[in-house]
Design a protein around this ligand. Structure first.
Ligand code: SAH
Length: 218
């Protein structure tokens, strides 16, 4: 099967799963996932599954990427922070929908590969940085939206919440221990923060600090 046919099948599957936002679907359609997937998994680039990438990490399942993107309620004027660049796939999708994307990765090797992909795809509205995303990106805050693609333990990091605009949203997987991980959306209002559980998920852990080597330490 050609990539085109596999892409169409994937988009049909996402629609069946309840992704109806046409802007989100066309962002997926125009982003070649095979560019973000390691050579050995090329034949599975358009399967609706998460796949391994370098440094022991994963590229998220297309359904989860589409779902989280829709849950962010994006507008073209938005400035968005992503924590957990990984392959860069989610950032590339965001870059098609908003003004600017700031993405943070703790593994230098992943950040470099993602940066190269953004250049090849001529996505010039993405800034990549190697640092601890738990601290956010104070120099560019506040953000209209924040998306975290690694699971935080028990609650969203305070520093990220504080880097949200009033009326801003953060979408983040939270690890609730024996209850498993749940995707949560938190809305900031003038009065405070309102949290809603969205769906059960499975992400790699959000770890503190920058990775020392490119070893797979999580
Ligand atoms: N959004 C990615 C999926 C990434 S998997 C994609 O589309 O491919 C989660 C990523 O979060 C991993 O690459 C992991 O190294 C990174 N990560 C975990 N904790 C982090 C932290 N504190 N700061 C920055 N990145 C972190």
């Amino acid at each position: 099967m050609t990539p085109d046919v596999r892409m169409i099948r994937l988009l049909m599957e996402l629609r069946r799963q309840g992704v109806t936002d046409t802007d989100v679907l066309s962002a997926l359609e125009t982003t070649p996932r095979e560019m973000f997937v390691p050579e050995v998994f090329q034949d599975r680039a358009y399967d609706n599954v998460a796949l391994p990438i370098d440094a022991g990490q994963t590229i998220s399942q297309p359904y989860i990427v589409a779902y989280m993107t829709a849950a962010l309620e994006l507008k073209p004027s938005h400035r968005v922070l992503e924590v957990g660049t990984g392959s860069g796939y989610q950032a590339a999708i965001l870059a098609k929908l908003v003004k600017r994307v700031y993405t943070i990765e703790r593994h230098a090797v992943l950040a470099e590969q993602a940066q190269q992909r953004f250049r090849q795809l001529k996505l010039f509205n993405i800034d990549v940085r190697v640092s601890d995303g738990v601290r956010g990106w104070p120099g560019q805050a506040p953000f209209d939206r924040i998306i975290v693609t690694a699971a935080a333990r028990e609650k969203a990091p305070e520093e990220l919440l504080n880097q949200l605009n009033i009326k801003g949203l953060i979408v983040i997987p939270i690890d609730r221990g024996v209850d498993g991980q749940v995707l949560v959306r938190i809305r900031r209002t003038a009065q405070g923060f309102q949290s809603t559980d969205l769906l059960p998920v499975k992400f790699v852990p959000l770890l503190e600090g920058v990775a020392k080597s490119d070893g797979a330490d999580g």
